[in-house]
Design a protein around this ligand. Structure first.
Ligand SMILES: *Cc1c(COP(=O)(O)O)cnc(C)c1O
Length: 397
């Protein structure tokens, strides 16, 4: 090996030694509640396709029709000649769905955060994030060059202390901008941000608020717009973000907000400007997914999902967080214990991923159980039964 490969092999070995090396696993089927891994069918509790829309007939048909009509690729970025009808239709639909003036679609959620936060902030500004926000937000905050402050997870007292500090920085130079960023439903802990309190604080201190609804879009609120709708705070959130690859069943990310915000991002969000537009099939599928979500079927699917979660909490007998979240963290602590438990379930035909550092903090390794409206009551009972028989018990955070 050349020294380059030797060096990388050494780094990989260090990950291996710490039980932190990762591998991709080939799935030989669609990513539904049953997946085929190495020829074996497994019951799947790892997908973010919470409503089963990734394999919904209407969503698949929309993708196929758009590919037939507009081609497989978009050919260029949105600002050159890649801004195809399905992108525009999706953005109009999204704005209507979210109840905002406008919306903008990005290729991924990651690109959404990476384009948006640096567009809004520069080095004299301050970005304040929850300790547990997704890597895309952390990376975007760093990329912006703004001062980064982190508040303890869901801790509004800590947030207020930081906002008070921000306010002091502002004396004399009132042009400093402050943006608070949180998720609404946290991706690895499955808990909810105290949005009403955060809104009150950001108003008190004159900050802007960005809420990432990656895991809540399609699931919460009367119109299933997300947790901001459920908490009646949508209008107070300057920048509403979400993804299209989770409950919506397709791929991509979006920002919903005022017309001026969207026009500004078209001009300033580099991940939007300097990247080929999403394939038209992907945008058409996302719109079809949102159409299902908005329909009576969508209401039924969300209700089924919530009832499956409730059934699991009931039948597992563990004191899991008493929230109707489709994400349940089964925290076991040690990296090795989480891996062993996941391996044991796998042997028994159930796939639940072990989530380790750096996705979560060290020694909070866990099984991240995600539920889908497509799981049957029997699927839920099977998982509860297997976990009850496992040696590793969940511990409190
Ligand atoms: C998944 C996720 C993203 C990234 O979205 P992708 O479309 O997968 O790139 C961003 N934020 C949160 C909270 C997420 O869970």
């Amino acid at each position: 090996m050349r020294s380059f490969e030797q060096e990388l092999a050494r780094r990989l070995q260090a990950l291996e030694d710490a039980q932190l090396r990762r591998h991709v696993r080939e799935i030989g089927s669609s990513a539904g509640t049953r997946i085929v891994v190495e020829g074996r069918e497994l019951l799947n509790f790892s997908s973010n396709d919470y409503l089963g829309l990734a394999t919904h007939p209407k969503v698949k048909a929309a993708a196929a029709e758009a590919a037939a009509r507009y081609g497989a690729g978009s050919g260029a970025s949105r600002l050159i000649c890649g801004s195809l009808k399905p992108h525009h239709q999706l953005e109009e639909f999204l704005a209507a769905f979210k109840g905002t003036e406008a919306a903008l679609v990005f290729s991924t959620g990651y690109a959404t955060a990476l384009g948006t936060i640096p567009a809004l902030l520069s080095k004299d500004d301050i970005v304040v994030i929850d300790k547990l926000v997704h890597a895309s937000i952390v990376d975007a905050a760093k990329l912006s060059g703004a001062k980064l402050r982190v508040f303890a997870h869901n801790d509004t007292e800590d947030l207020e202390a930081i906002l008070r500090w921000c306010d002091q920085q502002r004396t004399g130079t009132s042009s400093i901008k402050i943006v608070v960023v949180t998720e609404s439903l946290f991706s690895m802990d499955g808990d909810f941000a105290p949005l009403k309190q955060i809104v009150a604080l950001k108003e008190k201190y004159g900050a802007w608020l960005m809420v990432d609804e990656a895991h809540a879009t399609g699931l919460f609120g009367e119109g299933r717009r997300g947790l901001c709708e459920h908490e009646s705070v949508s209008d107070a959130v300057e920048i509403q973000m979400g993804t299209l690859g989770k409950a919506v069943g397709s791929a991509g990310g979006y920002i919903a907000g005022s017309r001026v915000l969207i026009d500004y991002l078209v001009n300033k969000a580099r991940s939007f400007i300097f990247s080929t537009a999403p394939p038209p099939s992907v945008s058409a599928a996302a719109q079809a997914g949102l159409e299902v979500i908005r329909s009576r079927d969508g209401a039924g699917l969300a209700a089924t999902l919530h009832s499956r979660v409730a059934h699991f909490i009931q039948s597992s007998g563990f004191s899991l967080p008493p929230v109707m979240s489709p994400i349940l963290p089964y925290i076991v602590g040690a990296e090795s214990a989480a891996l062993a438990l996941a391996a044991k379930l796998l042997e028994q035909g159930v796939f639940v991923p072990a989530i380790r550092y750096p996705t979560v903090a060290r020694n909070t390794a866990r099984l991240r159980i995600t539920f889908s409206a497509a799981h049957s009551v029997k699927d839920i009972e099977q998982l509860a039964h297997l976990l009850a028989g496992a040696e590793a018990q969940p511990k409190d955070k």
